[in-house]
Design a protein around this ligand. Structure first.
Ligand SMILES: [Zn+2]
Length: 143
C-alpha cells in the first residue's frame, strides 16, 4: 500500500501536465512503516528529466544525474527511495511490458494517466523478483 501526501501528489500532477504530451518521470521519497515495509507513505515526489533518446510520448528513461540527486536528497533528509512515477499521455494507468522490463523489484511504481493534458487517474504497481509480472499495489491519493 502506497499513500501519497498532498505535496507529493500535486508535484506529480504538475510534472505530468507540464510534460504532456511527453511522458514525465520522477522519484518518490518517503517512509516505510517500521513494522511493515509494504506500508509506505510518499512525502516527496521529485520531478526528473526524461532522458529517453527517441519518441517520449510512450517511453521514458530517468536522467541518471537526476536520479542520483534524488538518492542523495533521500539520505540528507533521512527518507527512503520508495519508488518511481511516470505518466501515460492519452493512455490508461497500466503497467506495460516495457515498464515491467525496466522496473526493479520491491519499488513502488506509480503510473499517471493524462488525457488532453489533464490527469485522469493513477495506479501503482510492483514487479516480482524475476520481473515476470507486476501486481497492482493499493494507492491512496489525498482528498
Ligand atoms: Zn509506462
Amino acid at each position: 500500500m502506497l499513500t501519497l501526501n498532498a505535496g507529493a501528489w500535486s508535484a506529480m500532477v504538475e510534472h505530468a501536465r507540464a510534460e504532456y504530451p511527453r511522458e514525465c518521470c520522477g522519484v518518490l521519497l518517503g517512509h516505510l512503516d517500521p513494522a511493515d515495509e509494504d506500508v509506505r507513505t510518499a512525502t516527496v515526489a521529485i520531478p526528473c528529466r526524461n532522458a529517453y533518446d527517441g519518441d517520449q510520448r510512450d517511453r521514458f528513461f530517468i536522467d541518471p544525474g537526476d536520479q542520483l540527486a534524488a538518492q542523495k536528497r533521500a539520505r540528507v533528509e533521512d527518507l527512503e527511495v520508495l519508488g518511481f512515477f511516470h505518466s501515460h499521455p492519452d493512455d490508461e494507468a497500466y503497467f506495460s511490458a516495457t515498464d515491467l522490463a525496466n522496473s526493479w523489484p520491491w519499488y513502488s511504481n506509480v503510473v499517471v494517466s493524462v488525457r488532453n493534458g489533464e490527469v485522469a487517474g493513477a495506479a501503482c504497481f510492483r514487479a516480482d523478483e524475476e520481473r515476470t509480472r507486476a501486481d497492482e499495489e493499493q494507492l491512496n491519493l489525498p482528498e
